[in-house]
Design a binder for this molecule. Structure first.
Ligand SMILES: Nc1nc2c(ncn2[C@@H]2O[C@H](COP(=O)(O)OP(=O)(O)OP(=O)(O)O)[C@@H](O)[C@H]2O)c(=O)[nH]1
Ligand SMILES: [Mg+2]
Length: 447
């Protein structure tokens, strides 16, 4: 997702950062390129216009041009505006004070409602909650069965049968949830091929009668600007709180994701990134903006790693991050784990130093060979060098390169990336500190 746009923007800003001094003309030119890149990514043209104007107003301020790092500052302005475009601080689903929390999914046929209902169930289950799915689509014979199959796979109960009316199904599900202490209740409603009045009326009735805490519209990212139009229309006709954008994995451009908040006035709460029940991510505008600008997405990577690496190891790593005692030995361990964590390309894309690393040949990025070389370099170090990388001077670098069959440049690169990683870890630690305090201040845990 966002691959093309990300490559274009990264190139534009790499060039901008390369200039020692910036003129107004440099910025205007870069912004013209940004505008084209956004339009080519299928972002709504009004959204693009507003975005470029806001960035221009801020970037041409005297302070930016006169600063020591003007290019860097412009990138920061673009980053901050991208975060706003994507929804600011993000949209979390608060749990109701009196359970069950009711989440109603609506959307066109094939947009991914049923799949998303199961994924959401999985998401809440992982957080220690006990969700209930309700199959409120009695019209299509296979619909109830589809949800039941998914529920059975995940061990999540499913209410509803093909013989009842949707309102009846939902009411029964709510009372069953209250009786059995299940929450949230996720309502999977019926979709139609097009928006039509009977469909809207049915959704309005369900909404009025059931008073769901969250109405989420499911839209397919691959339909591009149609997804944005759908969000506008559903919002006007029924009223929605937020959007689940599915199939972002199949959409290299990402125009809908970048437009929907501004154009339809509703934020993205989750994105679907695959067909499997795990392929759902809470949408973090700041992380997404960093990813688009090639700054990587370390926090998402850490979360993904935490879900995969076993608890004890994760705790040991967290301790090292806290105590800033992460050595090259640990780095080698992490590389090994990376290799066992599945789709390497996907993971590496989230790490800035792999994605943006200068001199790392494009065709090698995400290749096992690269990780293998790093392991070999670390393998050629003495235990002392691994624990105390600053002692690795010129002659030690030579020896390590010879010993591992690599070059001094390779060794330098590895050491530089290790230093960057340590710096990033310090950043994560600070962020975690803040997030922890925030979490303690909340009356209920965020999803
Ligand atoms: N690649 C990918 N496929 C998805 C994603 N979400 C859903 N799908 C696929 O999209 C198709 C339709 O998904 P459903 O969940 O059945 O859609 P629906 O909205 O419930 O459809 P109706 O019940 O007919 O209205 C299925 O083949 C899903 O596997 C996603 O995030 N990525
Ligand atoms: Mg369905």
């Amino acid at each position: 997702m966002f691959d093309t746009l990300s490559a274009r923007l990264t190139a534009i800003f790499d060039r901008l950062r390369g200039y020692g001094r910036l003129t107004e003309e440099n910025i205007q030119e870069a912004l013209r390129e940004v505008r084209v890149a956004l339009l080519e990514a299928d972002v709504n043209f009004k959204v693009v216009k507003g975005f470029v104007e806001r960035v221009r107003d801020k970037a041409i301020g005297q302070d930016v041009l006169r600063s020591l790092t003007p290019g860097q500052q412009v990138v920061k302005i673009v980053h901050d505006e991208l975060v706003e475009l994507l929804g600011g601080s993000g949209h979390r689903l608060a749990m109701a004070p009196h359970p069950p929390t009711v989440i109603m999914l609506i959307g066109l046929q094939g947009s991914g409602k049923t799949t998303s209902a199961a994924k959401l169930g999985r998401h809440f289950q992982r957080q220690g909650q006990h969700p209930l799915l309700a199959a409120a689509d009695p019209y299509r014979p296979a619909a109830v069965e589809q949800l039941q199959t998914l529920g059975a796979q995940l061990g999540i109960p499913v209410a509803g049968s093909g013989k009842q009316r949707p309102l009846e199904i939902c009411r029964e599900a709510l009372s069953a949830a209250a009786d059995r202490g299940l929450s949230p209740v996720i309502l999977d409603t019926a979709g139609r091929l097009h928006i039509d009045e009977p469909m809207l009326e049915e959704l309005r009735v369900l909404k009025n009668e059931l008073r769901p805490h969250h109405v989420l519209l499911v839209v397919d990212a691959m339909t591009g600007q149609d997804a944005v139009t759908m969000a506008e229309r559903f919002n006007r006709a029924v009223g929605i709180d937020a959007v689940i954008m599915t199939k972002l994995d199949g959409d290299a451009r990402g125009g809908a994701a970048l437009s929907i908040r501004q154009a339809a006035g509703r934020p993205i709460a989750f994105v679907g990134t695959g067909e499997k029940p795990d392929a759902l991510e809470p949408f973090h505008p700041d992380r997404m903006a960093s990813r688009i600008l090639g700054m990587g997405d370390v926090l998402s990577l850490v979360e993904k790693a935490q879900a995969t690496v076993d608890e004890a190891k994760a705790e040991a790593l967290a301790k090292k991050i806290r105590e800033e005692s992460f050595t090259l030995e640990d780095f080698a361990d992490q590389l090994k784990q990376l290799r066992s964590m599945g789709p390497l390309g996907e993971l590496l894309e989230m790490i800035p130093f792999f994605k943006g690393a200068k001199g790392l040949p494009t065709e090698l990025r995400g290749e096992e060979a690269e990780l293998g070389r790093y392991e070999a370099i670390i393998g050629s170090m003495t235990p002392e060098e691994r624990r105390e990388p600053p002692i690795i001077n010129g002659s030690r670098r030579n020896r390590i390169a010879r010993g591992s069959g690599t070059s001094v440049q390779d060794v330098n690169r590895l050491l530089k990336q290790y230093a960057q990683l340590k710096k990033m870890m310090r950043g994560i630690r600070q962020m975690e500190g803040r997030a922890g305090k925030l979490r303690q201040a909340l009356p209920f845990p965020p999803p």
